[in-house]
Design a protein around this ligand. Structure first.
Ligand SMILES: [Zn+2]
Length: 315
């Protein structure tokens, strides 16, 4: 099965750029923050590169740049020998009018000309843009574990602590209670609750992934209900059987005494014989084997009396 992360990412990168330029800028900013790097060459020439292993992400990014700033982008494809000869897509945005404006606009430039840093709050003033930003962050650095596994987990990985905190803040504003943890110098912003995962995917536009997730949740729920019932029934069965074994032992002990079961009153003797004959029967079944049949509670009462007799025996 195709990895669920890939399914979600493929759906998100195919989704329409329907909203305004504000949202397009927000999504682009998230992608560039996570996958881009700035280069300053001689004569103060600036260029931006964005690198990804996913063709769909590269296509989406080119589209976003075109739609928001109308800049030219060169696409270089290289075969990465290190990672199983996978393709690597490098987008180069060479120095041109509008590039500096874009870089400042998207809140990427720091004094060191690096891409580190938090999220420019101007980009995420409205909910539509906050959602677009999260879509970009997931496209660039998100993953979801196979929902068929025991626990649900969606995460976005970044090297910048400020950026991670920014994501947490945005997610909180949208009612998603995200958490953060540090793994090998990378910051993980993650969600664990199925409801939160569904909300995240619905907001960002991965609708068919949401349907798949709902279906898996349903099947998992049914399965655990069946298991719970089975466990409950097994436990009850064991309890019933161990009580029956004890009754049989008492009756056999009474039999071995002088006089045997004749010491018991007629009604109890009948019940004792029925129990010996059907050691694994339930109380209800035992009642039906009596002539005439008696109720479950009458059987229970008689068996208790028989056990009392047994207790009064020496040894
Ligand atoms: Zn917007």
């Amino acid at each position: 099965m195709e990895k669920f992360s890939q399914v979600v990412r493929a759906e998100l990168v195919r989704s329409e750029l329907v909203l305004g330029r504000h949202c397009i800028k927000a999504e682009l900013a998230a992608i560039i923050h996570m996958l881009g790097s700035l280069h300053l060459t001689g004569q103060r020439r600036l260029s931006l590169s964005i690198s990804t292993g996913v063709a769909g992400v590269a296509r989406r990014t080119v589209k976003l740049i075109k739609a928001s700033y109308g800049l030219d982008t060169e696409v270089q494809v290289e075969r990465n020998e290190k990672f199983g000869k996978q393709h690597r897509y490098n987008l180069i945005i060479p120095d041109q009018t509008g590039l500096a404006e874009m870089i400042v606009d998207l809140g990427m430039m720091t004094r060191e000309h690096s891409l580190e840093g938090g999220i420019n709050s101007d980009l995420v003033k409205d909910n539509c843009c906050r959602v677009a930003f999260l879509r970009g962050a997931f496209i660039a650095g998100g993953s979801i574990t196979d929902p068929n596994k025991k626990t649900y987990h969606l995460e976005m990985v970044t090297q910048s602590e400020d950026f991670a905190n920014g994501l947490i803040y945005l997610m909180n504003l949208l009612g998603l209670k995200a958490k953060i943890s540090l793994r090998k110098e990378h910051y993980l912003v993650y969600l664990k609750e199925i409801e939160a995962l569904i909300k995240f995917l619905s907001l960002t536009g991965a609708y068919s992934a949401v349907l798949q997730l709902e279906e898996i949740r349903l099947v998992k729920g049914l399965r655990s209900e069946v298991n719970r019932r089975l466990n409950w029934e097994t436990a009850n069965l064991e309890k019933t059987l161990s009580a029956a074994m004890e009754q049989v032992q008492v009756i056999e002990k009474l039999q071995s005494e002088s006089g045997g079961l004749s010491m018991l009153p007629d009604k109890l003797r009948e019940t004792a014989f029925v129990r010996l004959e059907y050691p694994e029967a339930s109380l209800k079944e035992l009642g039906e084997y009596h002539l005439p049949p008696i109720s479950k509670s009458a059987v229970n009462h008689r068996l208790r009396l028989i056990c009392e007799y047994g207790k009064n025996l020496p040894g």
